[in-house]
Design a protein around this ligand. Structure first.
Ligand code: ISL
Ligand code: CA
Length: 552
């Protein structure tokens, strides 16, 4: 047998990269105004280098009125004053580069802010040259909106503009008007802007709700519209295609078949996408995220296994438990209480031993948890607030809605990063824009760095393994114990090398009954959250949330 270490076709630098997502507003405040900023990020680059990550996905820092915390952009080529200046951004790019870290910019081009000069011009008169940058429709005879389409943030997707007497279309807040991607001028503006950033030496783009840009509004085709893939191919060709960067699309509507359209290198679109099937399986089919369903590990394994298998030879997976829109992983899938440390490490191993590019969301590496504020007034997220008011008005009891927000509200991920046990967790010397999670005296980066057994060092170990193991990067995925309700186990194969990965999602000790041929393996343990295992005895008892990987 030839020693097949690396498959020789289509290897890319980002195949063994690990990405760390920063939500700038909540990361580190250097000037005491209560809002995280670019200088704060620069101060923490050594911390990130120590963790070992290769890229930072920076949630938006562009000029913005902050209706949706920066996902409403009023100037793509400038920085919001609360985050700093363009010079600070250039410093961040170069300081990160010194530490071998690249910056992924968040490309938010489904919509702009209503304060973007394009929109200000577009709404000034019907014959303004920018009119066609956005989507306008006449009212129905009785003055009502053209149709019943809804915004993801609640209410109609149509907003009346009294000056020009027409409705404009917005899939998010009414302060986020959708761009008209059928207009070639819009496409060119975006390509130019992307090139301007690429010339600054960024490492690529995370593309916000990119599956929406091919929409056909009148036919109510919103996701996966007919123009989507041609638009991405044009974008590839006109901007990043020649630059060897990483591009990742946020695509809630992707199936594995669709993911291959995006990420098959031969099609020249994106490096990879974020798929959300494993996320939405925990939502209610009717009420969505506000009525969470219990986590079902068997279903989760079926979904993840399907994605691993379907993209094995074509396309590429991205791997994540959480982001700035989602609850904290340890609260959702692990145990935020007694077994917080063990379960956070288990979740890390379970994800990082899969095939794909792992993404870590700020604070995940120290096991930050969800938050429960008593009053709705302590929440800041536009999605939670809009839906709260809409649903309360529709008769949903306050307590029921709060349970939805506690489980899935976006502010869970947005409470400030917990750096130390001092005032405001060392996040700010001022008044934080969003209250902290009160558990910061126990859960913080300083404590994690001081403890060689911490979640932080577990992540560091996993990142190092990915750098050195072709098996982790390229090995095939084979599921084990598919119907087991509490164990997520799988094999990775590359040539003669094999890796067994076992993860218990149980707070009780449980028996591990692997297929007979695996029961007696001997090899080399590469990671564990208890004592390292190099082999398996015939019957193995797993400790609560135990997780390990053995190469053999
Ligand atoms: O989680 C969600 C689905 O119900 C939404 O909160 C979210 O809007 C959706 O995930 C799309 O997210 C992206 O685009 C939004 C922005 O608010 C999110 O922060 C961003 O990640 C609009 O730009
Ligand atoms: Ca600040």
């Amino acid at each position: 047998m030839p020693d097949q270490t690396y498959p020789d076709t289509n290897t890319q630098w980002w195949h063994n990269s690990v990405v760390y997502q920063i939500y700038p507003r909540s990361f580190c405040d250097a000037n005491g105004d209560g809002i995280g900023d670019l200088t704060g990020i620069i101060h923490k680059l050594d911390y990130l280098q120590k963790l070992g990550i290769d890229l930072i996905w920076l949630s938006p820092v562009y000029k913005s009125p902050m209706d949706d915390n920066g996902y409403d952009i009023s100037d793509y080529q400038d920085i919001a004053s609360e985050f700093g200046t363009l010079a600070d951004m250039e410093t961040l790019i170069s300081e990160a580069a010194k530490r071998n870290i690249r910056i992924l910019m968040d490309l938010v081009v489904n919509h702009t802010s209503d304060e973007h000069p394009w929109f200000i011009a577009a709404r000034s008169s019907r014959d303004n040259p920018y009119r066609d940058y956005y989507i306008w429709r006449a009212p129905l005879a009785d003055g009502s909106p053209p149709d019943d389409q809804r915004s993801f943030f609640g209410g109609s997707a149509w907003e009346w503009d009294p000056t020009t007497e027409a409705y404009y279309y917005h899939l998010f807040s009414k302060r986020q008007p959708d761009l008209n991607w059928e207009n070639p001028a819009v496409q060119q503006e975006v390509h130019q802007m992307m090139n301007w950033w690429l010339d600054k030496g960024i490492g690529g783009f995370r593309m916000d709700v990119i599956d929406l840009i091919g929409k056909q509004v009148d036919q109510k085709i919103i996701t996966n519209g007919p123009r989507l893939h041609p638009l991405l191919q044009d974008m590839h060709q006109a901007s990043f295609g020649s630059r060897n960067v990483l591009t990742v699309g946020e695509t809630w509507s992707a199936t594995p078949e669709i993911a291959k359209l995006y990420s098959d290198p031969a099609r020249k679109e994106l490096s990879m996408i974020f798929q959300f099937e494993h996320i939405t399986q925990t939502w209610d089919p009717v009420h969505g995220k506000w009525k969470p369903r219990p986590f079902d590990l068997v279903e989760f394994k079926r979904i993840i296994g399907k994605w691993q298998t379907e993209l094995a030879d074509c396309g590429w997976n991205s791997l994540f438990w959480n982001n700035h829109d989602l609850p904290r992983a340890v609260s959702k899938y692990g145990d935020p209480g007694k077994y917080r440390v063990a379960s956070a490490k288990m979740l890390a191993t379970a994800l990082h031993c899969l095939k794909g590019t792992p993404y870590i969301y700020q604070g995940e590496e120290i096991g930050m948890t969800n938050v429960r504020f008593d009053s709705i007034d302590d929440y800041q997220d536009i999605e939670s607030l809009n839906h709260y008011h809409e649903r309360i008005a529709a008769g949903v009891p306050h307590e029921e809605m709060m349970e939805g927000i506690y489980a899935n509200g976006r502010d869970n991920a947005r409470t400030p990063m917990q750096w130390n046990h001092q005032a405001n967790a060392g996040f700010t010397t001022g008044t934080p824009w969003l209250k902290l999670n009160p558990n910061y005296p126990q859960i913080n980066a300083e404590a994690a760095l001081a403890d060689p057994d911490s979640i932080f060092y577990h992540y560091q170990q996993l990142i190092r393994l990915r750098k050195t193991s072709a098996l982790l990067t390229y090995g095939d995925y084979q599921p084990l114990l598919e119907d087991h309700p509490q164990i997520f186990a799988y094999l990775r194969h590359l040539g003669e090398q094999r890796l067994l990965v076992v993860n218990s999602f149980s707070a009780q000790p449980i028996e591990l009954n692997l297929p007979r041929e695996l029961n007696t393996i001997k090899g080399k343990g590469i990671i564990s959250n208890y004592t390292i295992r190099h082999d398996l005895e015939n019957k193995t008892r797993l400790a609560p949330y135990e997780s390990f990987a053995i190469e053999f």
